[in-house]
Design a binder for this molecule. Structure first.
Ligand code: NOJ
Length: 552
């Protein structure tokens, strides 16, 4: 049994059920050595900042050795640190520093694909078709007289095809391999016991180093049906069009759950048991299985990431997510932002229904986001989310009200979505621009030099040092909301209250009410002691686009 990390006081095995988890995108958080890339010592240097937020855990997006073909989700070695980001000793120091202040840590596990630089994939390319080395991935012969056509026309997430042809050392074209994402991310073969065993080693490697939890990337993709004749696949990206009976050949297949049941037995070797959250693009009716206590324990709900600014949309989404979590005896998860989507303060500054990709392609000009409105709504949405039962996942910079950078010049874009789709989709770089820590200075305090993505001049307005201690700032609002949530959080119950049409109003079992006015007209504030408000109240009126917490 692994002992409880020092500094964490309770051994509550359910600590994660209502945790607030702060996502750090390591390369864009803080750069300690002036090379333009954020790194692990940079995060360790900001632990007091994380503590000042009252978050329960930090989730680190991949920090493993990687060519960054997909922002680190192309992993060269699952059990090491990218030398540009630090060393394993730096990782241990970060874990110790977080645990000392009572913050737990999740790491990202990327089991669907490795990178093409992983030693297994290099060995597979050097080995012959049918070899044990190739059996760790998904290699197939091509169609056509000379194998010149891909085995089938399955689409990829980042481009039109999920197959790439290999080329031998002498330039001769060979077999094709499957990659549901970029060609630099070959899919592993989860029908091979060696792959299972290696990931168990990886889970234990990090759990033994004190990691408390795992975020499981693309958890629904691991098992595939490659029996021939191959079945047609119309979409792998649109969850709303997925079958709900597990019949899609590439995703959300029933067999995937055997993997997570095994992982659970590994998590339960530790005290407290290690925890996990599935990034499983499965329809709500099937998401609960990933989140069950026998498997990963929790699954992301991405509905709030996409919800329109609309009271009914929010309420329906919340009800669906709560019901889904209840059915699997899990707790719900909530998230308004992450490293894959347009930042919430910009999204809510655009009219409902705006095509965000078109908006990005127009460099944020069509239409121009209403920054004040976006921020006002983002603050209100955050308070609504933090009052809900379950866990909330925040993305770095959200606490600053940071907008998207929609006008990054094409030459700096690194997202394979942009590079692979011939400029048809702008991709996710605009939410991954490094954090502004200081209003002035090179890279706004991110590091002593430049940053790996250009930071616009207006970033200084959102800097931590400008907001720190400033009454009414978004940073101070987040701090107050997170402190209040921690003080009031109790059971996972929620009771709805009926208000005007534009209002979402509910309470928790200790008299904590959350009241969000989605409309533009003020709404009457019900009786109670006001605890916190996302915008100034006007007497007994809750202005439009505002959340107020009060206690009865
Ligand atoms: C989901 C991750 O969040 C995303 O950033 C990544 O591109 C894909 N999975 C592939 O790993």
């Amino acid at each position: 049994m692994i002992p409880e990390p020092s500094g964490t006081t309770s051994i509550d095995p359910h600590w994660w059920r209502q945790a607030v988890v702060y996502q750090v995108y390591p390369r864009s958080f803080a750069d300690s050595n002036a090379d333009g890339l954020g790194d692990l010592p940079g995060i360790t240097g900001r632990v007091q900042y994380l503590r000042s937020l009252s978050v329960d855990a930090v989730w680190l997006s991949p920090f493993y050795p990687s060519a960054l073909a997909d922002g680190g989700y192309d992993v060269d070695n699952y059990r090491d640190v990218d030398p540009r980001l630090g060393t394993l000793a730096d990782f241990d120091a970060l874990v110790a520093a977080l645990h000392d202040v009572g913050i737990r840590i999740f790491v990202d596990i990327v089991p669907n694909h490795s990178s093409d630089r992983h030693e297994w994939f290099r060995a597979a390319l050097d080995a012959a078709p049918g070899s044990a080395e190739r059996e760790r991935y998904i290699f197939r012969d091509g169609r056509g007289d000379h194998g010149e056509l891909p085995p089938n026309d399955w689409p990829g997430h980042f481009g039109p095809s999920s197959w790439t042809r290999t080329t031998g050392p002498d330039g001769t074209p060979g077999q094709w391999y499957l990659h549901l994402f970029a060609p630099e991310q070959p899919d592993l073969n989860w029908d091979n016991p060696e792959v299972h065993a290696d990931f168990i080693t990886t889970l234990r490697f990090w759990a033994d180093r004190g990691v408390d939890g795992f975020r499981v990337d693309a958890a629904h993709l691991l098992k595939k049906d490659l029996s021939e004749p191959y079945r047609p696949v119309e979409t792998i990206s649109e969850v709303s069009r997925y079958p709900t009976d597990g019949s899609h050949p590439l995703l959300d297949r029933d067999e995937v759950h055997d993997i997570y049941r095994t992982w659970r037995s590994v998590f339960d070797e530790y005290s407290p048991p290690r925890v996990a959250v599935a990034e499983a693009g499965a329809p709500p009716s099937r998401r609960g299985r990933y989140a069950s206590a026998e498997e990963l324990g929790q699954a992301f709900n991405f509905e709030l990431l996409e919800a329109q600014w609309d009271a009914r949309d929010f309420r329906e989404t919340i009800e669906t997510c709560l019901a889904t979590a209840r059915a699997s005896d899990s707790s719900s998860t909530w998230t308004l932002s992450n490293h894959d989507v347009v930042r919430v303060a910009s999204r809510f500054g655009l009219p409902n229904g705006t095509d965000l990709n078109q908006w990005l392609l127009s460099a944020g000009t069509e239409p121009v986001a209403d920054a004040a409105r976006g921020l006002r709504r983002a603050r209100a949405a955050m308070m609504l989310m933090l009052a809900l039962p379950g866990s909330a996942y925040l993305f770095q910079g959200e606490e600053l009200g940071l907008p998207e950078v929609p006008d990054l010049p094409p030459e700096v874009l690194r997202d394979p979505i942009w590079l692979r789709d011939a400029g048809a989709r702008k991709g996710r770089d605009g939410c991954r621009v490094p954090l502004p820590w200081a209003a002035d200075g090179p890279s706004f305090g991110f590091g002593a030099n430049g940053a790996h993505l250009p930071m616009p001049a207006w970033f200084g307005d959102y800097a931590v040092d400008k907001q720190d201690g400033a009454g009414g700032s978004t940073l101070e609002l987040y701090r107050a909301a997170l402190r209040t949530r921690r003080a009031l959080q109790s059971t996972e119950s929620l009771e709805w209250h009926e208000g005007p049409d534009d209002v979402v109003w509910f309470s928790r079992d200790n008299g904590w009410h959350s009241f969000t006015n989605f409309g533009l007209e003020p709404a009457a504030l019900p009786a109670g002691e006001v605890l916190l408000s996302s915008a100034a109240l006007h007497g007994q009126q809750v202005p439009g686009e505002t959340t107020v917490w009060f206690r009865v």
